[in-house]
Design a protein around this ligand. Structure first.
Ligand code: DC
Length: 219
């Protein structure tokens, strides 16, 4: 079986940056599962689907979505949607549609297959609890809500998509609520995951802590 490091946590805790660096240092593939949910939500929105549509309608609509991750690019039915899925709206839609059973079911195999054939660092919300419960290394990366909102605010400003600090805090609060309170695969720390609060930790220290743990399990 491939070697698997999982990193779960709420929006804005720095999972992507940390996971990418950990993957690079370990020589593992980086698996960004949020990108899969974002791409599938984009497909559903384009097909005119609404969150309140029936499970059957959503189930039917996901059938003709072929999603592929190649290196760090995401393809939806052959179209490179890597940039399109990075807007706040795409994140919101991903969070809303990811609560739906057909959406989660359709992405499960794709995620597990990635971990079957390659050593991976997989980041998301339910990596340790649902997708890779047997992963050797399980990390729950957290940070204060203010810290996460600040990060989100600067990231979007950098990309030329400015929001106010109030909007950033509201966004983070809403996303936390939705991702943690849904019925299926909610965001939560697995009992056997290591908790890291990155609020006041330099990035390099977070990466070093995870590499230390990975080094013990996968020498
Ligand atoms: O990590 P992200 O912001 O790209 O994720 C977007 C949304 O996708 C997130 O708010 C909830 C959903 N998601 C999920 O339900 N399970 C995952 N493993 C990853 C993301």
């Amino acid at each position: 079986m491939a070697r698997i490091v999982v990193i779960d946590g709420p929006s804005g805790a720095g999972k992507s940056t940390v996971s990418r660096l950990v993957a690079e240092r370990l020589g593992f593939q980086y698996l960004d599962t949020g990108a899969l949910y974002r791409a599938l939500a984009l497909h559903l929105v384009r097909k005119g689907k609404m969150p309140e549509d029936s499970e059957e309608a959503i189930s039917e609509a996901v059938k003709d979505a072929e999603i592929k991750l190649e290196k760090e690019r995401v393809f939806l039915n052959g179209e490179d949607v890597s940039d399109t899925i990075r807007t706040p709206e795409a994140g919101h839609n991903a969070s809303v549609f990811s609560a739906k059973k057909p959406v989660r079911d359709s992405l499960l195999k794709l995620q597990r297959d990635a971990g079957r054939y390659y050593d991976v660092v997989a980041e998301g919300r339910d990596m340790a609890t649902v997708v890779f419960p047997d992963a050797g290394v399980k990390i729950y990366l957290d940070a204060s809500r203010e810290g996460r909102a600040r990060r989100r605010y600067s990231q979007l400003a950098e990309k030329g998509m400015p929001i106010t600090m109030e909007e950033a805090i509201r966004d983070v609060r809403e996303r936390d609520f939705r991702d943690s309170n849904r019925e299926l695969a909610p965001l939560k720390k697995a009992d056997d995951a290591t908790y890291i609060d990155s609020t006041d930790m330099p990035l390099e220290d977070v990466v070093a802590a995870i590499l230390l743990e990975a080094g013990r399990i996968y020498p």
